[in-house]
Design a protein around this ligand. Structure first.
Ligand code: PLP
Length: 419
């Protein structure tokens, strides 16, 4: 456990007092444990080792170059969803062949970049996208390696905005209508496409194995059918989506997930790919923020802190729950409180309706499970500089993303009208 309280009740990050980290680097501050990331990655890799699974870390969960490099050194590839993430993964030293390019809206420029860089696999999500990939490959005299992401029409039973497996969502090519089969026929017959297999990703923060099982069984039936037609289906890409414990959720661990996968795929002779993001990253990061003011009202307190929705969007975007605690434990009285940021939006909160101890101005508070879908969604809304980010690796603290100054932000713009 990277984030634990010492005997004096002070929160430490891999042994470093978070009070000192906040002092040295300022707040808001993202703090990551590299050892935690690598331990989770190793556990996932071990869980899928019996089926020879290859892990492609979902870069969109946490895109820091330093973390990607460390994970690559431990054998992880990357699942990417944009040309920007591709360049990031390559810059971190991930081999092109270990990169899987997902996403519903790849531009021609992004497809060109993928082909120019010799990316291992493009997961296509529509017949029109296939035509674009084919046209570019044909123009360049290449054969593009494509898999298709299918839509199995399965409810992941997660939050609506992160469920991706139902036919009502924009993701994947439907199986039930025959479209997936028609597209695979097309790929098989194209001189400029190489069929690499099938992919499925039905959503994120899944807390039950049943939807995975249903999706994977659907995938196997489809792939076996394609093989029976004489088509090549070397790879089945099983996506990410394993949930974590934000608020007492009982989530399957890597071993249980691995056991499910082994029970379904052992002996089937498919190369398996996995794209975990959240389950590797979330609990290996925290966001430190300083209390500014406490504003009491009849009903509750508003604890105003220096981190806001622009620093951690999940509570605002998904009503997501993050555990929040002062970094110094104590026996103070608690009051019903909202923990809110300085941004001028009523939706700007980190937590609502918590029983929270009174905090003094300047006191540091930790937001837990912030290692996934945290810093990657940060913005400069309200002309606020984004948080700095530090990484602790084998006991050493590294500043992996310095905080920009407001001057930096202003210099990003051109103003033809300044006098
Ligand atoms: C977001 C995403 C993932 C990662 O999902 P997690 O829930 O973070 O594990 C994997 N694959 C695809 C295609 C994605 O879009």
């Amino acid at each position: 456990m990277p984030f634990t309280y010492d005997e004096d009740g002070l929160l430490c990050a891999d042994g470093h007092p978070t009070s000192e980290l906040a002092q040295k680097f300022g707040t808001p501050l993202y703090v990551y444990s590299a050892d935690g990331f690598l331990a989770h990655l190793a556990a996932f890799q071990q869980a899928v080792a019996p089926v020879n699974g290859k892990v492609h870390f979902a870069v969109k969960a946490n895109a820091n170059l330093a973390l990607l490099s460390l994970m690559a050194q431990q054998g992880a590839g990357a699942d990417i969803v944009s040309g920007g993430e591709m360049q990031r993964a390559l810059a971190a030293g991930i081999a092109p062949q270990d990169i899987v390019f997902s996403g519903v809206g790849k531009t021609d420029d992004e497809i060109r970049l993928a082909l120019a860089k010799n990316i291992g696999q493009i997961n296509a999500e529509s017949p029109e996208e296939i035509k674009h990939i084919e046209a570019i490959a044909s123009e360049w005299g290449l054969k593009a390696p494509v898999a298709i992401r299918v839509n199995p029409d399965i409810d992941a039973k997660s939050h609506e905005k992160i469920s991706t497996g139902q036919k009502s969502t924009k993701f994947g090519i439907p199986i039930a209508t025959g479209e997936a089969e028609a597209v695979y026929d097309y790929i098989h017959n194209s001189p400029h496409l190489v069929a690499r297999g099938l992919a499925v990703h039905i959503g994120s923060q899944l807390t039950d194995l049943a939807p995975f099982k249903a999706a994977y069984q659907t995938l196997i039936a489809l792939a076996d059918g394609f093989r029976a037609k004489g088509y090549d289906v070397p790879i089945l890409d099983l996506g990410g989506g394993l949930g974590i414990d934000y608020h007492g959720e009982e989530t399957p661990d890597f071993a249980a997930y691995g056991a499910l996968v082994s029970s379904l795929f052992s002996g089937l002779d498919y190369q398996l790919g996995f794209e975990p993001g959240r389950s590797i990253a979330a609990d290996n990061g925290i966001l430190l923020t300083s209390a500014l003011y406490t504003k009491a009202s009849e009903e509750k307190d508003f604890i105003i802190v220096d981190a806001a929705m622009n620093d951690l969007l999940r509570p605002t975007l998904y009503e997501a729950y993050h555990r929040i605690e002062p970094i110094q434990q104590s026996n103070r009285a608690k009051r019903l409180s909202d923990i809110v940021g300085p941004v001028c939006e009523t939706g700007d909160y980190l937590a609502r309706g918590r029983d929270f101890p009174s905090v003094e101005s300047g006191e540091v508070v930790a937001v837990f499970n912030a290692g996934a879908y945290g810093s990657v969604m940060a913005s400069n809304y309200n002309t606020r500089a984004m948080p700095a980010e530090i990484l602790i690796h084998q006991g050493e603290v590294h500043l992996i993303k310095p905080r920009k100054t407001i001057e930096d932000l202003l210099n990003d713009e051109h103003n033809p009208f300044a006098e």
